[in-house]
Write a protein that binds this ligand. Structure first.
Ligand code: KG4
Ligand code: ZN
Length: 343
């Protein structure tokens, strides 16, 4: 990339849900530090994220997480060229903590501010360990709040080809996990018990959307799991948790892989990436890898730590936005339902 020019150091902040995170990223691809303070254990007590508790914990943790990120990267605020912060989508009270913190530092130290879309961050996580990856490529973003099939046209330029009509893939994992008694967070727990289960034990539906070939729907699948569980209870048939989990996981991944490959073929793209918390699922990763291999498509995936929420991915996205001239003022606000590609 750049040789003689000065390096660009981004301090990134992420607080959109239940992780308080800060990172220092140099020249868009070098992660110098990536600190994540997870609140998962706290929210597990309530079976899901409690927004009020999330905001309060972010306030408690954010300063120390930022200090640690700077320290681990061996830099001070004087070395930072821009601050990247997630300003949406997410929980408004949680987002506000990161945005207010970023604005305060930007004002006090006169450092440019770059607001980052959370999903753009997830997509950008792929640049960290894949130095050769450049747009255009297709990316499937699967997280707790989003299921988007996105054509990455260029850095910061996206076209959404498909999205969920109801529940996000991660949300379906979390709801089904609760129904079969696994608790929060559902994704990793379903993946774990599925290792002992038979993915063909129960034939759950694979929803197809007639007027949206790349769109997804998971609420029917969730209802099918609930109906199956009720049916078993009424008939006195024992429920094999691992079989239900593995069959559900297979139904979700089949649909994700099917739609993604349909888009790859239709749009004749030769690079495909996955992103978001659900992208850390090993069955999805292996299924996607194999489907891409069969089609001669290059497959990219972030390490699991860069799939779930983190600030390094926000730092990468902020770098490319910064290079594209994006600057936000102190009027930057949290936008809980921010659309991808909007500012
Ligand atoms: O990207 P993320 O950390 O936060 C959001 O932006 O939503 O994604 C969290 C979601 C949760 O729904 C969680 O259950 C799911 O990702 N998840 C997984 C796995 N690890 C996390 N889903 C399936 N398999 C996993 N291994
Ligand atoms: Zn996320």
């Amino acid at each position: 990339m750049k040789t003689n020019e000065k390096s660009i150091n981004i301090l990134a902040i992420e607080s959109s849900c239940d992780e308080t995170a800060a990172a220092v990223v140099t020249d868009g691809r070098d992660v110098r530090s990536n600190i994540i303070s997870s609140q998962i254990a706290l929210h597990t007590l309530y079976g899901g994220v409690v927004p009020e508790i999330a905001s309060r914990k972010h306030i408690e943790k954010i300063n120390q997480v930022i200090e640690q990120a700077l320290e681990e990267a061996n830099v001070t605020l004087d070395d930072i060229d821009a601050i990247g912060v997630t300003y949406g989508p997410g929980l408004v009270g949680a987002l506000l903590v990161g945005v207010a913190e970023a604005k305060a530092i930007s004002y006090a130290k006169k450092i440019p501010l770059v607001g980052v879309h959370h999903i753009e961050g997830h997509i950008s996580a792929n640049y960290i360990e894949n130095r050769d990856l450049e747009p255009p490529f297709l990316c499937l973003v699967v997280s707790g709040g989003h299921t988007h099939l996105v054509k990455v046209i260029d850095y910061g330029k996206y076209e959404i080809l498909g999205r969920t009509r109801d529940d996000a893939a991660g949300e379906a994992f979390d709801k089904v996990a609760r129904a079969i008694g696994l608790g929060y967070p559902g994704g990793p727990k379903i993946e774990k018990v599925s290792h002992e289960g038979n993915p063909h034990a129960v034939e759950f539906p694979r929803a197809k959307i007639a007027d949206g070939p790349y769109d997804f729907s998971f609420s029917g699948l969730k209802s099918a799991v609930l109906n199956y569980l009720n049916g078993c209870r009424m008939k006195g048939i024992p429920i094999v948790q691992a079989d239900v989990a593995a069959s559900f996981q297979k139904a979700v991944t089949d649909v994700l892989i099917g739609n993604a490959m349909k888009a790859i073929e239709e749009f004749k793209l030769d690079k495909f990436a996955i992103a978001g918390g659900v992208a850390s699922n090993s069955v999805l990763r292996e299924g996607m890898r194999e489907a891409c291999r069969k089609r001669g498509v290059a497959f990219y995936q972030p390490s699991p730590v860069y799939c779930t929420d983190n600030a390094a991915m926000i730092g990468v996205a902020a770098y490319y936005d910064f290079q594209n001239g994006v600057r936000d003022g102190l009027t930057l606000n949290a936008v809980p339902n921010l659309k991808l590609g909007e500012r």
